[in-house]
Design a protein around this ligand. Structure first.
Ligand SMILES: [Zn+2]
Length: 474
């Protein structure tokens, strides 16, 4: 029985898509999943990818169990940060966000994260936001102040059911949504924001402006699914106020349950503390690849840590990931090389079967990936041991490979290519050339060589002359 911890009920619950039990997983309509996606104003960091890998494991495991999935991840392409970034660069908002959206998709591919069915962009969903705000206004739940439209929490009795924060304590306490605009009540949040002169805006019925962040997700969920969804995911930092506000808007507007199961991924720490640029423990995927770590090792680390536990990421445990991965690779090589005729051994058949059942049992229990990967490594150990006393027949080898393929349909790191080659942007090349120049001025030739080699690996050749450094593609 597949079950998940539901943040809203604070209980482990049996997973029943559509709210009605059916005979087999095949009989269900596709599972409707919505995952809060990135704001595309820069490179996503390793903490973001923890959540995105969790989304991927969830989706892949549902498919492993025979469910069909219909998954959406939004792209937030208009907010304070994206507008500021575009202005600083002197380009349009669309040019700016398009650039980082492309990088984001490349990063997902590098980490072997499957494409989902829908990637709606906020700026393509303005009409759905208009519809939602109109409904809330008709019900008397909004007010307008200084050109912005707000949701009036005092008029919505059910507020707080996800985070279990009672709304009076939000009013008097310190936990409220910080907003740049004035409002009647500190708890209220902007649905539609008045724009400053140089900001992009859209004309909708409540005025000329741009979307508040919370309305985007509610509107996109309505646009894609038009009814209650099965699973909503995000990082724990989104529970309040973002997801709480999503519930308030959607349930108030449409008078039906918004989400059946809320799943939240815990924080990722780096070296036991919160990631920050000033502490020097802030890593994007590209930073780690530059340090010569493979996306495969990163995927391994992120997918074998339980999503509801805080995960302490260190370069040391990333380094150590190569050892279990090479144990897997040895068994794959051993199996692929087997040419011996003969029957399937009972022993191999048994250990493959118990690997799959152990894996399934663990994953069924709120995606216990730690236990599930123990089943995988148990198989690896036993195959190695068996092989040292006996020889694997071709039939044994085929069953082992098939078992690994099944597990890999969820974990995604077993047969993943160990590539270090990445597409590198012009911006990044120029940044590295500058860093190399500084390194040379400081006589740090080790670093300057590292940068030259890294660029060469990515097909970029540097040419130094008295006028500076030029680059070309090799
Ligand atoms: Zn969201």
């Amino acid at each position: 029985m597949l079950s998940f911890y539901n943040t809203q009920t604070r209980k482990i619950e049996e997973f029943i898509p559509g709210g009605e039990r059916k005979q087999s997983t095949n009989d269900y309509n596709p599972v409707k999943i919505y995952s809060c996606g990135p704001t595309v104003y820069g490179y996503a960091h390793i903490g973001n990818f923890r959540t995105f890998v969790f989304n991927d494991i969830l989706r892949r495991y549902l498919k492993f169990r025979g469910y069909k999935v219909d998954h959406t991840m939004n792209i937030t392409d208009v907010d304070d940060k994206t507008i500021r970034g575009a202005n600083e660069k002197g380009i349009t908002l669309n040019q700016y966000t398009q650039h980082y959206t492309e990088i984001f998709f490349k990063d997902l591919k590098l980490l072997n994260i499957e494409e989902v069915e829908h990637y709606p962009r906020a700026t393509d969903s303005i009409e759905s936001m208009n519809e939602l705000i109109k409904k809330l206004t008709k019900k008397g739940l909004t007010y307008n102040k200084d050109g912005s439209t707000y949701f009036a929490i005092s008029k919505y009795a059910d507020y707080g059911k996800l985070s279990h924060i009672d709304s009076e304590s939000i009013k008097t306490g310190t936990r409220y949504d910080t907003d740049e605009y004035t409002k009647d009540d500190v708890r209220d949040f902007a649905l539609w924001k008045a724009v400053q002169n140089d900001e992009p805006g859209w004309q909708i019925e409540c005025g000329y402006g741009r979307p508040g962040w919370h309305i985007e997700c509610s509107a996109m969920i309505r646009k894609v699914y038009n009814s209650t969804i099965d699973i909503h995911t995000g990082g724990v930092d989104l529970i309040f106020p973002h997801h709480e506000n999503e519930i308030a808007q959607s349930e108030a507007a449409y008078n039906e349950q918004f989400v059946r199961y809320w799943l939240h991924a815990e924080h990722l720490l780096v070296d036991n503390s919160k990631m920050s640029k000033s502490k020097g423990n802030f890593y994007t995927l590209h930073d780690l690849i530059e340090k010569d770590f493979s996306p495969r090792a990163i995927r391994f680390l992120l997918s074998t840590a339980h999503y509801r536990k805080q995960f302490n990421f260190t370069l040391e445990n990333l380094k150590n990931a190569s050892q279990p991965l090479s144990r897997i690779d040895n068994v794959i090589a051993l199996s692929k090389n087997s040419k011996i005729e003969g029957p399937l051994s009972d022993y191999i058949s048994d250990i493959c079967e118990s690997c799959i059942s152990g894996f399934t049992e663990a994953m069924d229990s709120d995606l216990n990936v730690a236990k599930a990967s123990a089943s995988l490594f148990d198989l690896i150990t036993r195959v190695n041991k068996y092989n040292s006393d006996n020889q694997l027949s071709k039939k044994d080898a085929d069953l082992i490979l098939e078992t690994l393929r099944q597990i890999d349909s969820v974990f995604g790191f077993i047969f993943m290519e160990d590539t270090k080659v990445i597409d590198i942007s012009e911006e990044e090349i120029n940044k590295l050339i500058e860093e190399r120049l500084t390194a040379r001025q400081n006589k740090d030739y080790k670093r300057s060589d590292q940068i030259r080699d890294y660029l060469a690996e990515n097909g970029i050749i540097l040419e130094d002359s008295k006028d500076g450094t030029r680059w070309k593609k090799s």
